[in-house]
Design a protein around this ligand. Structure first.
Ligand code: 2M8
Length: 411
C-alpha cells in the first residue's frame, strides 16, 4: 500500500505550522515554539526542505540561556490562546521563555538532519556544537544526580500528567495558587487533558521556582519535586552519545562527554526497579520508586543499553492493545486510554523506542511498533496522540511531531 497522499498531507502540516523560523506543535492549543517538538520538526523538514530543518534547530538554540539551559517554550509572539504565558513564567528573555527545559533530543536530531545533508550541513552542525555541549553540561550540573536525570516540574519531562509524578505532586502545596483561566480545555475535551488539581500543582511548582529566581542551586535544594525520570535519563544519555559523535566528526576533544556517558550508564542502572522488574521513576525526595511502567521504561535501547529484561513487558503490552505503545502500562492502576500521558499512544515516542530496538537488533519488535504507528496514523489522522484501545484521535489535530515522524519513520 502506498501512502503518497499522507506524505503530502504531512509535509503540508509542517508548512502550515511554520511561523517563520520556528514551528508550532499545532495552532490554537500550542501557539509557541516547544523544545523537543521543534527537534522532531527539524527531522521532519529534513526529508523535503533541508534548509528549513537547520533553521528550526538554529532558532531553538538562539534562545539558549547564558547558563546553558535551552528553555522548554519560546514565546516568540505573545498570544492569548495559551496559559501560562511569559508574564506568569517571569523568566525573562528576548523573546521571553519559560524557566525549565525539556527532553534534550536536539543533538540526536541535529545528527539525523546532518545525515541528510552531509556536505552543505557540515558548517551548520559545527556552529551548533558548542551550544549543544553547553546545554548538556547544564543538564549534568542542574538535573543529573547520581547519573539519573531528574525533573523539577512535570512539564520538563514532556510526559506532563504521567502517573510517575502523582505521589510526588501530592506533596506540592497549592494553597497559594489563586484563580486562573486555563486555555487548553477550550481547545480540547476535558477528559483528554490533565485535571484541575494537576494544573493547580503545575502552577504551584512554577511559582515556587520563579520565587527562587530560577536559581538552580536553590531549586535543587528546596523544590518539593525532584524525581529521576527514565525518559529524561535515557534521552540525555542517547543525546550525549550523538553529541560525542558530532564532536568526534569535527576533531573536538570529547573526553568530557565520555565521562558523562559513563556516569549515566551507571545512573540508568539505578533506575531498575527490582520489585517491579522494569525501569522506573525514582522519587529523590522520598527515596522510593514510583512503581510506574511507562513508555519511558522502553527507552533503554534508544540509550544504547541492551536490556532483554524489558522484552517480556513489551510482548505483554503489544498483545494487550490494538495500537502500540501506550504511554502507561494498560494493566497499571492509573491507566486511562484517552487522558494525555496516562495511556495514549504518542507516535514520536514510538519512533524513539523503535529506533532503539532496531539498533539493538530486535527487528521483529521494531517492525510491530512501526507498523502499528503507521496504522494508527493512516486510520485516524495526524493527531497529537491516540487511544491504544481503539485509535480515537485525541488532543490537538494537524500535529507537527506526528507529521514529522510520519515522514521520517512511519510511512
Ligand atoms: C505538552 O505540554 C505542554 C506544556 O509544556 C502543555 O500541555 O501545555 C506535552 O505533551 C509536551 O511533551 C509537549 O512538548 C507540548 C507541546 O506539544 O505539549
Amino acid at each position: 500500500m502506498t501512502y503518497e497522499h499522507l506524505d503530502e498531507e504531512a509535509r503540508q502540516i509542517l508548512r502550515d505550522n511554520d511561523r517563520g523560523g520556528y514551528t508550532v506543535p499545532t495552532s490554537g492549543l500550542y501557539p509557541y515554539q516547544w523544545n523537543w517538538d521543534s527537534a522532531f520538526a527539524a527531522w521532519g523538514f529534513s526529508t523535503f526542505d533541508i534548509d528549513r530543518a537547520w533553521v528550526e534547530l538554529e532558532t531553538l538554540m538562539a534562545s539558549q540561556w547564558d547558563d546553558g539551559m535551552v528553555p522548554h517554550i519560546i514565546f516568540h509572539r505573545v498570544v492569548p490562546e495559551y496559559f501560562p504565558g511569559p508574564d506568569v513564567w517571569g523568566a525573562g528573555g528576548n523573546p521571553p521563555t519559560s524557566g525549565i527545559s525539556q527532553p534534550p533530543i536536539a543533538a540526536t536530531m541535529a545528527r539525523a538532519v546532518y545525515a541528510a545533508d552531509m556536505v552543505a550541513g557540515r558548517p551548520r552542525l559545527e556552529a551548533m556544537y558548542d551550544g549543544l555541549l553547553n546545554w548538556h553540561r547544564w543538564f549534568m550540573r542542574a538535573r543529573v544526580d547520581d547519573g539519573m536525570c531528574c525533573i523539577t516540574h512535570p512539564w520538563e519531562s514532556g510526559r506532563d500528567n504521567a502517573p510517575d509524578w502523582d505521589e510526588g505532586m501530592s506533596n506540592v502545596d497549592t494553597s497559594g495558587v489563586g484563580a486562573y483561566q486555563r486555555r487548553d480545555t477550550s481547545h480540547v475535551d476535558n477528559d483528554m487533558r490533565p485535571t484541575k488539581e494537576q494544573y493547580d500543582q503545575y502552577l504551584a511548582l512554577l511559582y515556587f521556582s520563579r520565587d527562587c529566581g530560577w536559581d538552580i542551586e536553590t531549586i535543587n535544594r528546596t523544590s518539593p519535586l525532584r524525581i529521576a525520570d527514565p525518559g529524561m535519563t535515557f534521552m540525555l544519555l542517547r543525546a550525549h552519545r550523538d553529541l560525542k559523535w558530532i564532536g568526534d566528526a569535527f576533531g573536538r576533544d570529547t573526553t568530557e562527554i565520555d565521562g558523562w556517558i559513563d556516569t549515566m550508564v551507571e545512573g540508568a542502572g539505578r533506575l531498575w526497579n527490582p520489585d517491579g522488574g522494569y525501569y522506573d521513576s525514582f522519587n529523590m525526595r522520598t527515596g522510593a520508586f514510583t512503581g510506574t511502567l511507562s513508555c519511558a521504561s522502553f527507552y533503554c535501547w534508544y540509550a544504547g543499553i541492551d536490556d532483554q529484561r524489558m522484552l517480556p513487558h513489551l510482548d505483554r503490552i503489544l498483545a494487550a492493545v490494538k495500537y502500540p505503545i501506550p504511554s502507561y502500562d494498560p494493566d497499571g492502576p492509573g491507566f486511562d486510554h484517552i487522558r494525555y500521558w496516562r495511556g495514549p499512544v504518542w507516535g514520536m515516542a514510538n519512533s524513539q523506542i523503535g529506533a532503539g530496538l532496531t539498533e539493538m537488533g530486535y527487528a521483529e519488535h521494531a517492525r510491530k511498533i512501526r507498523e502499528g504507528t503507521r496504522a494508527v496514523i493512516a486510520d485516524h489522522g495526524f493527531a497529537e496522540y491516540f487511544s491504544p484501545v481503539d485509535g480515537t484521535p485525541a488532543g490537538g489535530q494537524h500535529f507537527t511531531w506526528t507529521a514529522a515522524i510520519w515522514l521520517t519513520y512511519a510511512s
